[in-house]
Design a protein around this ligand. Structure first.
Ligand code: ADP
Ligand code: MG
Length: 320
């Protein structure tokens, strides 16, 4: 059984104006579909990468995976436990204890008034666990020094702070870590170091990652599978090799065309051409059809189902 199984996952946000404004301006309620019918699985000890432009629903999926947000439809199961619907609290708590999340901004996620020792040990201390020497040990594991435990977050660089976030995430010995753009705020040279560290830790500790990034080149070396999101929908899923050598969805092809120098790690990604549609009024049929150079009539009317194609999965009527 896969460690994580996501099926038909959908999240709709109510983005209506307040009731009085709606009455005065005679407006209807407005709903934004951030994630629509997304399904994928993550095998234990593997890395599943979710890529897509800003606003494609990556963070919303990450939050539903760790249980910070509930799905509107569909389900996330971790070890067979549905975090949103399972009634047995003990089962939910046991699964929750196995999951951690790392965010993009390593400064915002560290309490500036706390010493690093207390920041790292906090998840364990909160559960009444033994924290003797824990932070010092973890600091060395993430490539910092045990002496750093007595310092405050502002005494570190961005890359070092992200290492502290990683140490804190590891403190409770999780099995699954959801990494939401963990290197996007870092300098190019530092990004690669932090990615290497995360990759090494995964191998050493047998971790499983959901790795979220807007940049395909960041995930290509680490991911076992890559899911490409467009406007809250999964449009393609493949190994990184297949995705780069034989992209099947026109959107994936455009993303890769917008990133011509794939070996040039960590450069600024030129934004793909065309506007991302409004998720409150998404296009009919295939959400990509207004931007797609291949679109035909069926693309305008019918949402393409996910299908297998040469070992990959693709949601496109025309991909061959
Ligand atoms: P990404 O992480 O890929 O940039 P997000 O998951 O943050 O995308 O957002 C997906 C869409 O959902 C965006 O259009 C965003 O504006 C919208 N959204 C996210 N969170 C909320 C919220 N709490 N309320 C309303 N809309 C939201
Ligand atoms: Mg995000």
């Amino acid at each position: 059984m896969a460690l994580v199984s996501v099926s038909g996952l959908t999240r709709i946000f109510d983005v209506s104006k307040p009731w009085l404004n709606r009455v005065v301006e005679q407006r209807k309620k407005a709903f934004l579909t951030a994630v629509s019918d997304v399904s994928f699985e993550i095998e234990e000890r593997s890395v599943y990468a979710l890529v897509g432009e800003s606003g494609s629903g990556k963070s919303t999926i990450g939050k539903m995976l760790v249980g910070l947000l509930g799905p509107s439809e569909g389900a996330v199961e971790i070890r067979g436990v549905d975090l949103a619907r399972e009634q047995d609290r003990a089962k939910v708590d046991a699964v929750r204890a196995d999951i951690q999340m790392i965010f993009q901004d390593p400064f915002a996620s560290l309490n500036p008034r706390w010493r690093v020792r207390d920041i790292i040990a906090e998840p364990v201390a909160a559960r009444g666990g033994d924290t003797t020497g824990l932070s010092e040990r973890l600091l060395e594991q993430v490539g910092l020094s045990a002496r750093d435990a007595g310092k405050f977050p502002h005494e570190f660089s961005g890359g070092q702070r992200q290492r502290i976030c990683i140490a804190r995430a590891l403190a409770s010995e999780p099995r699954l870590i959801v990494c939401d753009e963990p290197t996007s705020a870092l300098d190019v040279s530092v990004q690669a170091q932090v990615l290497n560290l995360m990759s090494d830790l995964k191998d050493q500790l047998g971790l499983t990652y959901l790795f979220i990034s807007h940049d395909l080149t960041v995930v290509q070396h680490m991911a076992d599978r890559v899911g490409v999101l467009y406007l809250g929908r999964l449009v393609e899923e493949a190994t990184p090799e297949d995705l780069f050598d034989d992209p099947k969805h026109p959107y994936t092809q455009m993303l890769l065309a917008a990133a011509p120098k794939l070996d040039e790690f960590g450069r600024d990604v030129p934004p793909p051409t065309g506007e991302i549609p409004d998720p409150i009024n998404p296009p009919s049929g295939c959400a990509y059809h207004p931007r797609c150079p291949l679109a035909t009539d069926v693309c305008k009317t019918t949402r393409p189902p996910m299908r297998m194609l040469r070992g990959a999965k693709v949601a496109c009527h025309l991909a061959q």
